[in-house]
Design a protein around this ligand. Sequence first.
Ligand SMILES: [Zn+2]
Length: 82
Amino acid sequence: MHCEELIFHAQAHSHGQLTWWRSLAITRHLDDCPNCRGSYQQVLDRQTVLTNKCQESAPATLEARIFEAIASPVTLDPDNSW
Ligand SMILES: [Zn+2]
């Protein structure tokens, strides 16, 4: 496996979406290639940040503001039609 191929498949590998043989090839390459190991660690770090950020709650006032915006009447400008 070449470095370019590993980078291409790194995200899928981290999600367990590759075939067994391709994952094995990636694992072996990571064992032997410090550059790809560092790049793969960055992929894992980004996923951790995304996972943590997606678990944060929205501000308490957001739901009220959305419902208020939906309930407010829409004013159309007859002089500015499409
Ligand atoms: Zn490599």
